[in-house]
Each structure stands twice: as structure tokens, then as C-alpha cells.
Write a protein of this length. Structure first.
Length: 256
């Protein structure tokens, strides 16, 4: 009888201690006019955000530890224009291997949905690339970065000038099978927004990552979110009470 009473007491003490631990403030900062109900709910959210932060890093660490994927089947040859976006005449051919600068052995390639049969570029890709263009000089300090589309290079660059892009390395894959091989295109020619990562090891180039969330099952009403990590818009909206919305998506242009 005494053993049962002691066990109940220990359980009660453990529950009380756990409750105190959960309700213990996480920091001392407070904002004008906030009440107890707000602080309680905000601390609950903050704990979830801390867990998410840890989980994001755990997943990133798993990516970094992936073994090498397959060697690329060919040294794909692309077309690109001059570094100056205003130059409308210069075109040169560049191979995949030439996209690796000295000392930078990682290459990230985003497949931009803008095929030759598409009347307009994909608004979603465009929105994401609007933000990535500003971050490209920062990314270049650690990696190589390129954006590939199936349209002719002149058409890609004309669109880029209209968006004000100045920093993205834009390539045309009109003359090769890169898009199809690395899942930026379906068998019937439809374009897909794939992001791939390649690494150079010795004289070989290996594929190491594709944003395969694009192909994985999703919860009802949820998009794949395979490139959300590099897309400022959605992360910004996730901070707000309105959130992303159920049926709102970016457009190429908006009414004034």
C-alpha cells in the first residue's frame, strides 16, 4: 500500500515538475500591451519554432551526408549570353563542367519553366527567381549557381531584362537533354521546376541532390513546397495571420 502511495506521489511530482518546465518563460522580452494569454500562446509557438529549427538543421545535415549519386551521362553543352544583361547579340556555348569555378566544387542548377512552346514564363518560377537574383552574389561566395530553361537563350534573356534580373547565370538547354535527364521536363515535353545539385570530384561530376518533394505525396490542399527553403515570399507570408491563403498564387504582373 505504501509503495502504491509513493508511486502516485512521485508521478504527481513528475507531472508538476513537467508543467513548471513547460510554463517557464523562455526569455524575458515583452512587448507593449501583451497579456498572459498572448504570452502563453506565444511561448507554446516558440517552443514549436525551436523544435522546427532543430529539425531543419537535422534534415540539412542528412543532405550533406548523402553519398555521391550517379556520374552525369554527358558534359551537357548550353548556350548563354554575355554577363551584361543589356548585350543582346553575344552568345557562346558553355559545358556543364565549365560552370564549376576554381575552388568551388558544388553546382546548383534550377530548371526554370519557360519552354519554347510556353506563351509566358511560369509565374511561380519567376517569383522565386526574383528573390534568388538578389541573393546570387552572396551564394557565389560558396557555390556555383545557374538557371536553365528550354527556350532559346535570346528569349530567356529578353524576359530576364524585363524582370530586372542582373545576377543570375542564365542558360538555354534547347540543344541538349539536360532538362529531361534531371527531371526538369516530362517525357512529353512539359516543363517542371526542378532544382539539382552536382559536385565535382576529380575529373568526374556527380549528381547529389534533386528536390524530390516535388514527386512525393502531399497532404490534402498542400503544394509540394520542394523549393520553399529558397523562396522568400512564402516564408514571409507564414509569419502573418493571413498566411499563404488557400487559392492565391503569384502572377507575372499586378494591377496598379
Amino acid at each position: 500500500m505504501r509503495a502504491k502511495t509513493k508511486a502516485k506521489a512521485n508521478a504527481k511530482t513528475s507531472t508538476t515538475t513537467k508543467a513548471r518546465t513547460v510554463s517557464k518563460p523562455l526569455h524575458a522580452e515583452r512587448f507593449p500591451g501583451e497579456g498572459k494569454a498572448y504570452r502563453s500562446a506565444r511561448d507554446k509557438l516558440l517552443r514549436a519554432e525551436m523544435e522546427l529549427r532543430s529539425r531543419v538543421e537535422q534534415v540539412a545535415a542528412m543532405r550533406r551526408k548523402l553519398p555521391l549519386g550517379g556520374v552525369v551521362p554527358q558534359d551537357y553543352e548550353f548556350e548563354e549570353g554575355a554577363a551584361d544583361p543589356a548585350d543582346t547579340g553575344s552568345v557562346r556555348r558553355v559545358k556543364l563542367s565549365e560552370l564549376f569555378r576554381p575552388g568551388k566544387d558544388t553546382l546548383v542548377v534550377y530548371s526554370f519553366m519557360y519552354g519554347p512552346n510556353m506563351e509566358k514564363a511560369c509565374p511561380m518560377c519567376t517569383c522565386m527567381l526574383d528573390g534568388l537574383d538578389g541573393n546570387a552574389p552572396h551564394a557565389a561566395q560558396r557555390i556555383n549557381l545557374a538557371v536553365v530553361a528550354k527556350s532559346p537563350v535570346a528569349r530567356i534573356r529578353e524576359f530576364a531584362r524585363g524582370r530586372g534580373w542582373r545576377n543570375l547565370r542564365l542558360l538555354s538547354s534547347a540543344g541538349n537533354s539536360y532538362n529531361r535527364d534531371y527531371r526538369g521536363e516530362t517525357a512529353d515535353g512539359k516543363q517542371r521546376p526542378a532544382l539539382n545539385v552536382f559536385v565535382k570530384r576529380g575529373d568526374k561530376i556527380h549528381h547529389v541532390y534533386n528536390t524530390e518533394l516535388m514527386f512525393a505525396p502531399t497532404a490534402k490542399g498542400q503544394d509540394p513546397r520542394h523549393v520553399d527553403a529558397i523562396w522568400p515570399l512564402w516564408n514571409l507570408l507564414d509569419f502573418t495571420p493571413e498566411g499563404r491563403g488557400a487559392d492565391w498564387y503569384p502572377k507575372l504582373e499586378y494591377a496598379a
